[in-house]
Design a protein around this ligand. Sequence first.
Ligand code: ADP
Length: 483
Amino acid sequence: AQEEREAIASVPTGLFVGGQWRETERTFAVTDPSTGETLCEVADANPDEAMAALDAAAKAQAGWAATPARERSEILSRAYQLLIDEKERLALIMTLEMGKPLAEARGEIGYAAEFFRWFAEEAVRIDGGFMPSPAGNARFLVTRQPVGPSILITPWNFPMAMGTRKIGPAIAAGCTSIIKPAEFTPLSMLALAEILQRAGLPDGVVNVVTTTNPSKVMPPLIYDPRSRKLSFTGSTEVGKILLEQCSKTVMRTSMELGGNAPFIVFEDANIDEAVNGAMAAKMRNIGQACTAANRIYVQRAVADEFVSKLSERMGALEMGRGTEDGVVVGPLIEQAAIDKVTQLVADATERGANVVLGGERPERPGYFYPATLLTGVPDDAEMANTEIFGPVAAVSVFETEEEVISRANNTPFGLVAYVYTENLRRGLRVCEALESGMVGLNQGVVSNPAAPFGGVKESGLGREGGFTGIDEFLEVKYVGVQM
Ligand code: ADP
């Protein structure tokens, strides 16, 4: 408990604006979802207090854009190293405010740091082009420049990695930014800001605004013509509102929105590997990921074997506070998440699904829901059409490849899909036919800083990470030169 108090006390709680920590008129409580108790209070920005962050970002933009790429790169490298050196403290802060088990929080700090390492490497590789015009009488000079002050809005489920995934390329590209973390998990981002400052980031390049009232506080920043880019990770519902707001000044946007991932196990799959993959794709982050396996389709011949092995594995998972050794199933983020999962399970069973495992809330404080496995989940069940965002595996049987592709694609979402088969031709055929931005082929986790993460359809616009990640923060400029 002493260690926990020290970790929380190490985090500055003001707004981070122009390199200063600023107090606000109001504050709000950050809660431990495993107990419901308050951890600390942080600044709750009103619209004027938030606008100061855009003022600071706009003021710093020209100087930052002119800072040599090597310097921007070295700041990211130092921040990478600090994240690694301070992993234990940062992981504990994350577990306390978000609930995920410490082992997963440590994993996320490592993953988050990798975005800084990747973009430190990318910062010095922003290239351009030179070519003669087809008629030969002109030359085309193509350069890439920072898009400008950027608004970054992140969710609570990966409080650090969703931040570094946006801040990393913004810094690398030469953009200043205002980041608004989710109100459930502001501490990770405030801790990151303090680290960036220690890494030598100039004042105003990254600013952090915490608020409980984003729908009122963010629009003035979005409508301000000084803001040139908005990068958002969160729900499709909020993403659509933001896209509409961004249309006002034709802002550049990147949108990482909701998913409804199919997880397909063919009869020629390695079933043990498929079960391992399903455990990762379903149970990572207690099921609270946009990449979570939301619909598990298993071909009839292997359905019994797959379900019994998955049920055994899920049934062995320990539930508890994320700080306890051995815990895999931590709490969900809030009571509303429990209510939603409870309602989705009730709806599915009313429509004929069977509960193989779990399904009953334990009697204890905190927002706990047990690992739950349902079979025979019909396609019209609500949980097959909305993100479950909890530790509930929804299994359904299929007969043919054609059938499962059509069922998998029958959704407005298209973030990620998972396919298990040992047949190479089938694997590639199905990967091509699936309408999603990413596919895990015999792999239950696709997230990697060096790969392009993103969705199609209502799952989003743009890609984060990989070689294209930095493009989201760059504008292309062409100079025509008369010869
Ligand atoms: P989730 O379902 O993951 O909580 P949300 O889309 O509600 O996703 O939230 C993601 C982020 O968007 C959070 O930082 C939240 O504060 C922010 N947010 C929610 N509503 C708005 C809004 N109207 N304008 C700007 N940001 C918002």
